[in-house]
Design a binder for this molecule. Structure first.
Ligand code: TXA
Ligand code: MG
Length: 322
């Protein structure tokens, strides 16, 4: 049963309590409804992907109640401070380098060294974020492949029974997603057109990277992202393990290997998704120390989040270019 919570004080408090407990809760923003979970809790974030039936573990936007809270977790340079002063709260997402002490789970950012952050301007969303007092990861609150929802009814049409609650704050004012601007490199790059126009951004920041303003057709996020890949080569579907391999295990582990990281002893795909990027990083580090030649990954069934996990692992195992 999915509860529909009113956008009053009691509703906001209840939504915040659910989020702090690790539940998935949809909430309205000025752009579209988001499917929220505690961004610091990898299992809660995995449950977002499960609810959306998303075939990929894409990096998600982290929502904060204030710019100050966001900039405690990512490094803001002068451009980021200027953009935040001009457009936050509002429909702009900034991609910035994670700070070493960043508390956001690796799964939220798909293992990348950067994190997408935004402060929405919808008063109910802001009240919720302030009540939760943790970063909230939230993609649009629709099933994968369906259009983004701009009302609580749309959310229920796609996700009723799959999530704990939806906080009904009425129809969304902007109706399209936030603009995603990458400020992690020397030139600002527009990754996704959205609620803030390129003209407004350029007026604030000066020229935006070539892909941006000229790019009427946005490149696919999957292609343009330099997805996290481990340093060690990756071998998939291992059914036996050599002594010089670092093992990413799923279910009862294979014997052998120089070190091992267990994704889920019980073979649970939500737990495994939550631990995937942690596991790849750990095996990279332990494997390098122990002289491993590669990471061997046990096979993961294509059930539940298995599809999304395998998509990521296939990218990690793909032949390296450059
Ligand atoms: O308006 C919005 O932005 C809505 C509301 C709920 O806030 N959220 C939303 O989230 O659209 P999502 O997860 O559907 O879109 C996230 C976008 C994707 O295009 C993703 O590739 C990009 O942001 N993104 C996230 N983290 C990134 C990163 N570290 N580097 C580059 N792109 C990133
Ligand atoms: Mg979406």
């Amino acid at each position: 049963m999915t509860q529909i919570l009113p956008a009053d004080k009691a509703g906001v408090t209840q939504a915040a309590t659910l989020l702090r407990a690790g539940a998935v809760v949809a909430f309205g923003t000025e752009t579209v409804y988001g499917l929220g979970a505690d961004a610091t809790n990898a299992e809660a974030v995995a449950a977002i992907f499960h609810a959306k039936q998303r075939p990929r573990l894409n990096p998600l936007i982290c929502h904060y109640g204030s710019a100050r809270q966001a900039f405690e977790q990512v490094v803001a340079d002068a451009r980021a401070l200027r953009a935040a002063a001009a457009f936050w709260p509002g429909p702009l997402t900034l991609v910035l380098p994670r700070r070493p002490q960043c508390s956001v789970a690796l799964l939220t950012g798909a293992g990348l060294d950067t994190l997408a952050v935004r402060v929405p301007r919808h008063p109910v969303a802001l009240a919720l974020l302030q009540a939760v007092d943790r970063p909230i990861a939230a993609p649009s609150a629709n099933r994968s492949g369906q259009v983004s929802p701009t009302s609580a009814r749309h959310v229920m049409d796609g996700l009723a029974g799959r999530i704990a609650a939806v906080l009904d704050s009425g129809p969304c004012e902007v109706g399209i997603e936030s603009t995603v601007l990458d400020l992690s490199g020397t030139t600002p790059v527009l990754l996704r057109p959205g609620g803030i126009t390129p003209e407004a951004l350029e007026a604030c920041l000066g020229p935006i990277g070539p892909a941006a303003v000229s790019g009427a057709a946005p490149r696919s996020p999957g292609l343009m992202l330099s997805h996290y890949a481990p340093r060690l080569p990756v071998r998939l579907n291992a059914d036996a393990v050599a002594d010089d391999e670092a093992v990413l295990a799923f279910g009862p582990p294979l014997p052998g290997g120089c070190c091992r990281f267990q994704l889920s002893a019980s073979g649970d795909s939500i737990e495994a998704a939550a631990r995937l990027f942690e596991g790849l990083r750990r095996l990279d580090a332990d494997g390098a120390r122990l002289g491993a030649s590669r990471i061997a990954v046990m096979s993961i069934p294509e059930a539940g989040l298995g599809l999304a996990i395998n998509d990521r692992l296939q990218r990690a195992a793909a032949p390296r270019t450059g």
